[in-house]
Design a protein around this ligand. Structure first.
Ligand SMILES: [Cu+2]
Length: 489
């Protein structure tokens, strides 16, 4: 084993051996339905999002110290419509500076909520966010440079569902909490008292922080829900800091209807799907076909290491079990056509850029872990194209309206790459065509051996003082400097 393979294995081993597997899987809890703020009918007041410290019981019987947005852990599900402008009042009372980034939205840099739109403790940020894009599942989370991992893990995240005329009239399940569910999947570590834990070490910097316990909407899995007989829609977000999740159904294939940026052209049946941190997929479950079904999650979607396998790390966990009731629900059939999705046109690209993600640029990660209070500081331990993220350096300048190809490569393990300000199409993922479920609109791409290529276009301004970001979505890597900045004009 080389050094990195050993670090990876040792890290996984410590996590599994030193932890509370006992918290998991012993009880089935009810699926928490995240509170919905439905703004489809119109927006009368400013939309308040209050970031605050709180306490939350994930199901261990103990209250963990958390952050929440209007709630004790995570935020509301906001449902909005294409054409609206969202007047946000984001107030920060967490005791530290933060930001809220709208992940997936096609919006100008000055309202994007990246590291340059800091909200100091006790202050309010009031962006007017235009919703221009098609129906899609987006989310919002802390993007505070150096502290994104810690703040998002503690609960600064929520979901933003964009609908449009087509999605609102589509023959799909859309009764929230009845046949249409939003699921936020996360992995957590709990200490012996059942309190959520987060600690950085050299190994954690290498892999990103991985917990051993799957949590769904803030409750330890498995969770259960009774549903009507008919089609059921699951809108799923992987909000883990670092874990790739392998998703499958207990019975039958997993049927994917939408990816990060919108509907696929038609439903795609897969045996399993691999979901990186930051990715969203929408899935339909046919509850006429089976009396009961379950969404299963392999916590080692990216394979795990030697110790992970040794300690039973390659386990598949039930995330959500569904039982049908006698109630008649959404009566439509499985759709055959969802959207008009043209094949990507790489011949339209006028610029190609290359990005090399780098884990090891010589920093002492163990010293870094000791130096800070469980965040990455500004030490620049990781890089893209040899440069760790610097707030005052612009790395790329993009011309508005140009179509470009971005080619991303890595020096070792699997990383999820995210670009702000657009949705893109994947031309190749690790040198191969993307799986059919990832061939539609995306803002995340997996990068391992070989390279991945995406086709993108930026239509909004991002000036020097409010640039967009591109970065690894393993949050500890991002915090450590695996991020760059670009302007659009
Ligand atoms: Cu990474």
């Amino acid at each position: 084993m080389d050094r990195r393979a050993f670090m990876k294995s040792a890290g996984a081993g410590m996590l599994v051996a030193g932890s509370g597997l006992a918290w998991a899987q012993s009880t089935t809890r009810a699926l928490p339905i995240l509170p919905l703020t439905d703004l489809i009918g119109g927006i009368e007041d400013r939309i308040s999002l209050a970031l605050m410290p709180s306490g939350h019981d994930f199901g261990t019987g103990a209250k963990s110290q958390t952050f929440g947005i209007n709630h004790d852990y995570l935020g509301p599900v906001l449902k909005v419509k294409q054409g609206q402008t969202l007047p946000f009042d984001v107030t920060n009372n967490i005791g530290d500076t933060s930001t809220i980034h709208w992940h997936g939205l096609h919006i100008p840099g000055d309202v994007d909520g990246g590291p340059h739109q800091e909200i100091e403790h006790g202050f309010k940020w009031t962006p007017d966010v235009p919703i221009v894009q098609r129906a899609s599942m987006n989310w919002f989370h802390s993007h505070m440079h150096g502290k994104t991992a810690q703040q998002t893990y503690k609960g600064l995240a929520g979901v933003l569902l964009v609908e449009d005329d087509a999605s609102l009239s589509a023959d799909l399940p859309k009764t929230y909490g009845v046949d249409d569910f939003t699921l936020i999947l996360q992995d957590k570590m709990f200490d012996a008292e059942g309190k959520m834990a987060y600690e950085l070490s050299a190994a954690v910097f290498e892999d990103g922080f991985e917990g051993d316990t799957l949590v769904v909407n803030g409750a330890i899995a498995p969770v259960a829900q009774t549903v009507p007989t008919g089609l059921v829609r699951l809108r799923i977000l992987n909000a883990c800091n670092a874990r790739f999740l392998g998703l499958s159904m207990e019975n039958g294939p997993i049927t994917v209807i939408a990816s990060d940026g919108g509907f696929l052209s038609s439903p795609v049946d897969a045996e399993s799907i691999l979901m990186s941190p930051g990715e969203r997929y929408e899935v339909l479950v046919d509850m006429k076909a089976f009396e009961a079904n379950a969404l299963n999650v392999n916590l080692n979607g990216n394979g795990g290491g030697f110790f992970a396998n040794l300690f039973g790390g390659n386990q598949t966990t039930t995330a959500l079990s569904l039982t049908r009731s006698a109630t008649k629900g959404f009566d439509g059939a499985m759709p055959t056509q969802l959207a008009n999705l043209e094949p990507p046109r790489p011949d339209e690209a006028s610029v190609t850029r290359s990005f090399q993600l780098e884990m090891d640029i010589g920093a002492d990660l163990a010293a870094l872990a000791l130096a800070w209070d469980n965040f990455c500081g500004d030490a620049g331990a990781m890089a893209i194209n040899g440069q760790p993220m610097k707030m005052d350096r612009i790395d790329e300048e993009v011309r508005k309206g140009d179509t470009e190809i971005w080619r991303i490569s890595v020096d070792d393990q699997l990383h999820p790459f995210h670009v702000h300000g657009c949705s893109f199409r994947i031309l190749s993922q690790n040198g191969r065509p993307p799986p059919a479920y990832a061939a539609g609109w995306k803002d995340m791409v997996h990068v391992a051996e070989g390279w991945s290529e995406v086709l993108l276009r930026f239509d909004y301004d991002a000036p020097k003082d409010a640039p967009y970001m591109y970065h690894c979505h393993i949050l500890e890597h991002e915090d450590c400097g695996m991020m760059g900045q670009f302007t659009v004009s």
